[in-house]
Design a binder for this molecule. Sequence first.
Ligand SMILES: [Zn+2]
Length: 92
Amino acid sequence: MQCKCGITIPTKAKFCPECGTSAPVETKIEIQPIKQVSHILTVNEASVFLKISRSKLYELVSQDAIPWFPVGSHKRFLTQELLDWAKNRGRL
Ligand SMILES: [Zn+2]
């Protein structure tokens, strides 16, 4: 990313090392929610995604209160299904 002072700002830098100007907004955006929509999540990732503890997630799974699917002996979650579940659950 080129700063207006002419120096190239490192990709992860928040400020130009030369003049101190804030780096252009584009370089700060690292979250790409659209690309994550169809991702498959592990139990750990799903609990982080839902911002709940793993034990709470296991509780929901054991009650079949949340969409999940088995891969062998492992439990997996689809990001899109969790989002749909979260949306619909608010209306019940
Ligand atoms: Zn600069």
